[in-house]
Design a protein around this ligand. Structure first.
Ligand SMILES: [Zn+2]
Length: 310
């Protein structure tokens, strides 16, 4: 069977099983703000009642159907001050957020981005079990966790200004897959998790882990599309880079994330991902510099080089 048709069938099954598998806790009016499972006034399907942009046509996250991607060629990403280590950790009730000392601002350029983007924060989305957790899916496959490294275009001065512009933010998305071994680079961060178990708690940390250690080794394979913040106010201001190569994490390490609590202490901070949004007329670009090279060599020696791994 054509692999693209298989993908479509798989996607339908995945979406169906996800919808069936999610528990809707309902929500009580009178609580504050938004949430995922009743810990706020508005669950994701209702966000657009309060936050108009959440009902837009260029929302995130999306499923990336690899059969429907367009090859593109971008310059290499370059990462500056990515040796910086997180110095502050916060459970804000929606996610675990890490910040750095901004005197030496980490920043990125290249990778098809126009201009320089300054680092704002790193945060995570994860599941109550390892069959779900990521916001984006690739060919219908979800991952147990997804990290977002949020950057804003330096000419816009800060995130609040940047979200008012379609090219305001560049978010790097890192997918995680489970392996038996711990991810040693996460360990120093996880050491502080018990101090921020309750929502709206934060802690200064002395982590020895540079930001760059949290990125996948291969920065040259990724998907690119224009979308939105995945939390209210859902501004359509994000240039998304979803790295194709996952990094690893152990079940034990995921369990530490799952112990965190939301603002409603009886509701665990898990499944803090927004459901998939429609792609609509957007184009999704695919960059794989190694594959481009292989294909070029393959063409010379007479094989197609069509085998794509991701
Ligand atoms: Zn996020």
């Amino acid at each position: 069977m054509n692999p693209c048709i298989l993908n479509i069938l798989c996607l339908m099954v995945c979406i169906f099983s996800q919808v069936r598998g999610r528990v809707h806790y309902g929500y009580g009016r009178g609580k504050e703000h938004w949430g995922y499972h009743g810990e706020g006034n508005y669950d994701p399907e209702d966000w657009s009642e309060e936050y108009k942009s959440c009902g837009g046509k260029m929302q995130s996250p999306i499923n990336i159907d690899t059969c429907d991607t367009i090859w593109d060629h971008f310059d290499h990403f370059s990462f500056h001050h990515y040796k910086q280590t997180p110095v502050h950790i916060e459970n804000n009730g929606h996610t675990l957020k890490l910040e750095v000392d901004y005197r030496n601002h980490p920043r990125i350029k290249g990778g098809g981005l126009e201009g320089i983007y300054d680092f704002a924060n790193l945060h995570f989305h994860w599941g109550s079990n390892s069959s779900l957790g990521s916001e984006h899916s690739i060919d219908g496959k979800f991952y147990p966790m997804e990290a977002h490294l949020v950057h804003y275009k330096s000419e816009y001065k800060d995130v609040d200004t940047a979200v008012l512009h379609p090219d305001g933010l560049a978010v790097l998305s890192v997918l995680f897959e489970v392996t038996p071994k711990d991810n040693k680079f996460l360990a120093p961060i996880l050491k502080s998790l018990n101090k921020v178990e309750k929502a709206q708690t934060d802690e200064d940390i002395t982590s020895s882990v540079p930001l760059r250690a949290l990125l996948p080794r291969n920065h040259n394979k990724y998907f690119r599309y224009s979308g939105s913040l995945t939390t209210p106010t859902c501004n359509e201001a994000v240039i998304w880079t979803v790295f194709t190569t996952p990094v690893h994490i152990s079940e034990e390490q995921l369990e530490m994330f799952r112990r965190l609590r939301t603002l409603n202490d009886s509701i665990p901070l898990t499944d803090n991902f927004r459901p998939l949004q429609e792609v609509n007329s957007r184009r999704i670009y695919r960059v794989e510099r190694e594959l481009e090279l292989k294909n070029a060599i393959g063409a010379k020696i007479g094989y197609g080089g069509q085998g794509v791994d991701h």
